[in-house]
Ligand binder design. Sequence first.
Ligand SMILES: NC(=O)c1ccc[n+]([C@@H]2O[C@H](COP(=O)([O-])OP(=O)(O)OC[C@H]3O[C@@H](n4cnc5c(N)ncnc54)[C@H](O)[C@@H]3O)[C@@H](O)[C@H]2O)c1
Ligand SMILES: C[N+](C)(C)CCCC=O
Length: 527
Amino acid sequence: MKCCVSCPPAAMRVLSSVLSPRVRAPLLALNRAASSGSMQIREPLNFWGGNRVSLESEIGSEPVYEPATGRVLCQLQPCRAAQVDEAVNSACSAFTHWSKMAGIERARIMLEAARLIQKRREEIAEVEVVNNGKSITEARLDVDSARLCIEYFAGLATTMAGQHVQLTGGSFAYTRREPLGVCVGIGAWNYPFQIAAWKSAPSLACGNSMVFKPSPVTPVSAVLLAEIYAQAGVPDGLFSVVQGAQETGALLCLHPAVAKVSFTGSVQTGKKIMEMASKGVKPVTLELGGKSPLIIFEDCNLENAISGALMANFLSQGQVCSNGTRVFVHRPILAQFLEEVVRRTEAIRIGDPLLEDTRMGALVSREHLHKVLGYVEQAKREGARVLCGGEAFTPADPKLKHGYFMTPCVLDDCTDDMTCVREEIFGPVMSVLTFDMEDEVLHRANDTAMGLAAGVFTKDIQRAHRVIENLQAGSCFINNYNITPVEVPFGGYKTSGIGRENGQVTIEYYSQLKTVVVEMGDMDSLF
Ligand SMILES: NC(=O)c1ccc[n+]([C@@H]2O[C@H](COP(=O)([O-])OP(=O)(O)OC[C@H]3O[C@@H](n4cnc5c(N)ncnc54)[C@H](O)[C@@H]3O)[C@@H](O)[C@H]2O)c1
Ligand SMILES: C[N+](C)(C)CCCC=O
């Protein structure tokens, strides 16, 4: 997308949509799809001031694809400076009202939003599948996670409280936990609806408003969340969606009325976000990439460990930040592990992601598919052995022949210096490494600049906790992998990020502390 921030605003006149979410039911303007290839998306994907907003100009429009079929799903209308201003201004107005409400009042509205999400679970999941390519089974779980997150933070909205501190002579001080103002959320394409909820829920619970920019690759589902919040009763503008790529993202980060930026995406972009936010000394939450280790000891329950390795590598076609893509297997169980992991990988049903029995759908884009396949080729050149998969795949269904499918891949004979072991592939590629000693594997597991997640499979509880204590990662698992209950914080060490999402601690990342000192006597003066 070309940068066009200097386009004259007149060329981009904004038309308010007539489709107010408060008066129209059902809210979704699409033809429901029974299987891939039939959903139409015609309504505008931008949303602020309580409505979907259509931009009059087609300048800079970009096609949005359905990964399972390669078909154009709709056109993305990117927001320029004028539209970003409108969205931020409407978020400012909403903040004035929302931030003065009691936590319990905000909670009531958020719980209504959660109820609406549950009611529309299937519809939202289908939209996610059609735009992202993941299986409907996984998409439903993503919608559930979004709903649970909103319910959880609705509960915490009532707990925003300060401290009372007694001082000398009857004087005292108190602290107030206050919202920040307009927060910006910028999302990645792998969990579009869930990311929008994981960012907006704590933000709104604390009394902030949010302007959210989804990835231009998956722009379709965030606007459903905006409609749902509006229908639940938030003030107009409280949760807005502006579409676009990096130019729109930069406008949001640099906007003087924005108080905080919460970003999910690559390490590379995260660094740019931090740099832009630093110009306004704005706090950031950064949820970035990973190259996480999964360590499997010989005393593990092998069946569980294999399930763990599969869940750590093949969820969402391997496009998961926290994936444990470096699987370190204790040498005595390597052969057994490989035999079974290959058998179960080859049994993964790939195909139409809207069908119930599909377990792996399409990768998000043609470019990304080629990038992932390129990593497999490079791994082979560097000496890794492909035990299964790693090839482009064409499902039997003719409507899927242009989809972005590949077979999940297990690589053996990997060494620590190989590109597949060092770089985040973000696709269904598991690199298996062997180890002999606990100290050795810890050292190798930590030998990366990233530190999002890590896992260990063992029946020895002392070893489990010792290993976890020594792993440099923010989100760790013992005898499981890739489960993220909303009650617990999620986030990374090292270059994998700053701050956390979910869990009580996240309240601190979306609020600020005011200290008030109260003099009960006469004040002392040196002058
Ligand atoms: N830690 C987590 O919670 C988490 C979750 C999901 C994805 N991720 C990471 O996200 C990456 C994949 O997602 P992606 O390809 O969408 O990432 P990306 O960094 O390319 O893009 C993420 C978002 O940033 C926007 N953006 C890009 N350049 C920008 C700029 N200069 N200024 C402002 N905004 C900009 C994009 O439009 C998009 O909305 C992977 O590295 C993955 O590990 C991390
Ligand atoms: C819920 N998962 C599967 C752990 C994904 C978290 C978000 C990372 O991409």
